[in-house]
Design a protein around this ligand. Structure first.
Ligand code: ADP
Length: 506
């Protein structure tokens, strides 16, 4: 098959969180299974040309409509991570993609709407026959209505799949935002098109909803999340839509070449599940020593608990301060690597950092640092993921692979991947962490208590369980097979009944 991925992120060149890793993981595995994959991304100025192989201009100039005029673009192409990467450079006076960051700007809607329009203009230029156009999240969602309503006559695209990585971000905007890229905004302002379901704001357009309705198939990134979004309180306003739309749940994997403690170049000492328990323990200790020395932590025989996360409410960050206190009280050490796009939250965490500034067993670091993340995974004894909701979550999967036992709240993909060590209903060989249910300090305390008690009282069992969980299959082979099934099914369904989904939702 020829599959075209359209997204705002593609690791490692443009990564802000899990999305970039997932687009990379699926794409690479599809290539490994002999499919042809093209990934289309904005040409962000922070992508260093030297990081790309054979970077060259592909189309020197093509135009996209915006606000009634034509803007010039250049398409670049490179070989990256086994895939063909296409970068759309917009020669726009607002420097849409020359900003240093992927998101977080007041005009994000305009930037990514322009990107989707430019993607469609690019596809119309190259004229590839495409089996599946695979869109990711709201940033790419408008490609689906653009294709159906403006580009269907001059593109050959078998079917469109939209993957929902996080419903919290939906791309809500005004009708005139659609007008800017040549769509007639008001004509989409109905419930069976792109009008936001919240009728208290009847003039709002919802780009993600547009993607959901106009795509041929839709999936979330874990089975549990695909069910949770049917509940009003978990659906970010889209539950009614999901009751009428089939949404599949395909559990994310992790890229096992990037996340492999046996080969990871960032580690002080490497280790694998085939090593002896002693060797694994020594290697983890050596990694811990490197971190302790670098960050001035006292080196003692304490269990290290940590979180590596975006500091946003979704991630249960209201529990982190209590987690630090509880860990210290139970003889542990705590580390946090994270940063917040929300200034007030960042400020609160700066105050927390001040509070623990000279503490010998607490290390809080606020930046995005891939190398440090790798080193911490290899150092942690426990990775804490207390999310309020979690479409899939990658940090618990990476933690498992690096021998850091997850302590998680039971939600979304965390529920699908972490099974409590003391849960008698789960077969022993599946148990791999500690789980709590309510997003409260009391519930977290119970899980942390049990986890640290296990570490303090039975180190040998703890280590052998870690070695077992390091071997759990979490790569992209299985999820990619499921994606291929969806690709094939959506194509044949579309061939039989074009426009069926839109009509049934009308
Ligand atoms: P989300 O995509 O919602 O942020 P995920 O758990 O799906 O959460 O993916 C998070 C990814 O981002 C993981 O690979 C994690 O290691 C990485 N990450 C998060 N914060 C940082 C940070 N400050 N520095 C480096 N990597 C980070």
């Amino acid at each position: 098959m020829r599959i075209v991925q359209v997204a705002a992120e593609f690791a490692p060149f443009a990564k802000a969180g899990g999305l970039g890793e997932v687009v990379l993981g699926i794409s690479r595995e599809l290539v490994a299974q002999h499919h042809q994959v093209d990934v289309i991304l904005p040409k962000y100025s922070h992508i260093h040309p030297d990081s790309l192989q054979d970077l060259a201009v592909e189309i020197p100039e093509f135009q996209s409509r915006e606000k009634g005029r034509l803007i010039n673009n250049t398409a670049w192409s490179a070989q990256a991570q086994d895939c063909r990467l296409h970068l759309i450079e917009a020669h726009h006076e607002d420097n849409y993609f020359n900003r240093g960051q992927i998101y977080g700007y007041p005009d994000d809607i305009t930037r990514f709407l322009y990107f989707t329009r430019a993607v469609m203009d690019y596809l119309a230029k190259v004229q590839w026959p495409i089996d599946v156009l695979h869109l990711h999240d709201w940033h790419a969602a408008a490609c689906a209505p653009l294709l159906r309503d403006l580009f269907s006559s001059n593109l050959q695209i078998g079917s469109v799949l939209l993957t929902l990585h996080n419903l919290e971000y939906q791309g809500k905007c005004a009708t005139w935002d659609l007008d800017t890229i040549g769509m007639n905004g008001t004509s989409y302002l109905t419930q069976n098109k792109m009008q936001d379901p919240d009728l208290q704001h009847p003039h709002t357009i919802n780009l993600l909803k547009g993607g959901i309705l106009y795509a041929d198939a839709v999936n979330t990134v874990s089975p549990t999340y695909s069910k949770e979004i049917l509940l009003q309180e978990m659906s970010c306003g889209l539950s009614e839509l999901f009751k009428r739309t089939k949404v599949l749940g395909i559990l994310n994997g992790i890229d096992e070449t990037i996340w492999n403690p046996a080969t990871d170049p960032d580690l002080a000492a490497r280790y694998s599940p085939t090593d002896s328990l002693l060797k694994i323990r020594e290697a983890k200790e050596a990694n811990k020593a490197m971190i302790q020395e670098r960050f001035g932590l006292q080196s003692t025989n304490r269990p290290l608990v940590g979180a590596i996360t975006r500091l946003v409410p979704q991630k249960g960050i209201h529990l982190l301060e209590a987690a630090i206190e509880m860990t210290l009280k139970r003889g542990g050490a705590f580390t946090l690597l994270g940063s917040s796009p929300i200034p007030e939250i960042q400020q609160q965490f700066n105050e927390l950092q001040e509070k623990y500034k000279d503490h010998p067993h607490v290390f809080l670091e606020y930046r995005y640092n891939e190398t440090l993340a790798h080193q911490l995974y290899a150092t942690l004894d426990f990775i804490l993921v207390p999310s309020l909701f979690e479409p899939c979550g990658l940090t618990q999967l990476i933690g498992l692979r690096y021998g850091a036992m997850p302590i998680v709240r039971s939600t979304g993909g965390l529920k699908d991947t972490v099974f409590d060590c003391e849960d008698g209903r789960v077969p022993i060989e599946k148990r791999n962490g500690f789980v709590f249910h309510e997003p409260t300090i009391e519930a977290l305390e119970d899980a942390l208590d049990r986890a640290l008690h296990f570490w303090h009282t039975d180190k040998a069992s703890c280590l052998s369980m870690l070695r077992r969980t390091m071997q759990i299959e979490s790569g992209w082979k299985k999820p990619t097979k499921e994606y291929l099934k969806v690709y094939t099914k959506s194509q044949s369904k579309k061939a039989k009944a074009p426009l069926q989904k839109l009509k049934s939702s009308a």
